[in-house]
Design a binder for this molecule. Structure first.
Ligand code: ZN
Length: 329
């Protein structure tokens, strides 16, 4: 399941969410030449779009976007047919995110000025393979048009969950700590389910016993809080996933997705995260941090999802990533 990883070294002045995917599913289409545009097909530099304002990346597109119901798909060279295919898929995934939050009041989404749809960039001629979300936009690179788009189900829903949070908050920056914003995006994507029982948790704790915070995810507020060399995508994402599952599970904290939405609205109104978390989740983040492993141990001991073969059948095909996500904020 694990694939090769690398790290983007960018000096980021803007506060943003970025998930870089180093995908094994691209493995079957690996072609070193495919990341370099043919000489007669160098993409135009069109400096338009919310991506320019909020992203540190300088993207290009061919000026012929596909306009979907909720998303506009831009690309440097993908065919219109492929943009349309991705646009229909992205619209479907965005509706699934809206449905997850039982959200219907589209007028209440706060897009960047002059925007009313999500910009989706699907560039091929970009050196990094990545998926990232900013206020009103996502970027997912493709190495080929010859792919099975449904394998990107998790990826699109993850990034569009970030976008949904941006659009509720209506800010350039998300106001949640990394552990929360990634946790809800992983949940929105369908979950990773990498930590399933107390044995998995004990392995995590043992593996991180030398880290300053013993791998406690609630200590990861900003990107720089990850310990040097941490296996972020392989392991931290799994504890972020576990944390959000715990919040929303009736045998965990027994909160609901409406509580998550309530928190987002508090943040829109400039309520500080600890206060918003306390009022929507009935728990002080500092208490959560202090009690984290005890709470997770109790929760996992009480859980029996994987005794239920039906849940296993439902989960494994759709939620397991065949690659690594690498996020930075
Ligand atoms: Zn993310």
């Amino acid at each position: 399941m694990q694939s090769q990883k690398s790290v983007l070294h960018l000096s980021l002045k803007l506060f943003f969410i970025c998930c870089l995917i180093f995908l094994s599913w691209f493995g079957c289409q690996k072609d070193p030449a495919s990341s370099v545009p043919p000489e007669d097909k160098v993409p135009q530099q069109i400096p338009e779009g919310s991506w320019v304002t909020y992203s540190p990346y300088k993207w290009t597109h061919d000026g012929e976007p596909y306009f979907g119901e909720y998303c506009i798909v831009y690309s440097d060279c993908c065919s219109y047919q492929f943009k349309q295919k991705v646009g229909l898929f992205a619209d479907e995934k965005f509706v699934q995110v809206l449905d997850l939050f039982s959200f219907e009041d589209m007028e209440d989404l706060r897009y960047p000025m002059d925007y009313d749809k999500v910009d989706v960039y699907i560039n091929r001629y970009h050196p990094e393979r990545l998926a990232a979300a900013w206020w009103g936009s996502i970027i997912i690179t493709f190495s080929s048009e010859n792919l099975y788009i449904n394998r990107h189900d998790y990826l699109f829903r993850h990034e569009l969950t970030h976008v949904f949070q941006f659009l509720i908050e209506g800010h350039v920056n998300l106001s949640t700590p990394v552990w929360f914003s990634e946790g809800i995006a992983i949940y929105g994507g369908g979950g990773l389910w990498g930590i399933r029982d107390t044995e998995d948790l004990d392995q995590w704790i043992a593996r991180n016993s030398n880290d300053p915070n013993q791998g406690n995810p609630i200590c990861i507020h900003v990107w720089d809080d990850f310990p040097p060399g941490a296996d972020i995508t392989g392991y931290y994402y799994n504890v972020f996933d576990l944390t959000m599952r715990y919040f929303l599970d009736p045998i965990g904290l027994d909160k609901s997705i409406e509580d998550v939405l309530g928190l987002f609205y508090n943040l829109r109104n400039d309520v500080a995260f600890p206060t918003a978390f306390q009022s929507n989740f009935g728990l002080d983040p500092e208490t959560l941090e202090d009690e984290y492993y005890d709470r997770m141990r109790t929760y996992l001991a009480d859980s029996n999802w994987f005794d239920d073969s039906q849940i296993m059948d439902d989960l494994v095909p759709t939620s397991r990533l065949e690659g690594d996500i690498f996020c930075r904020e």
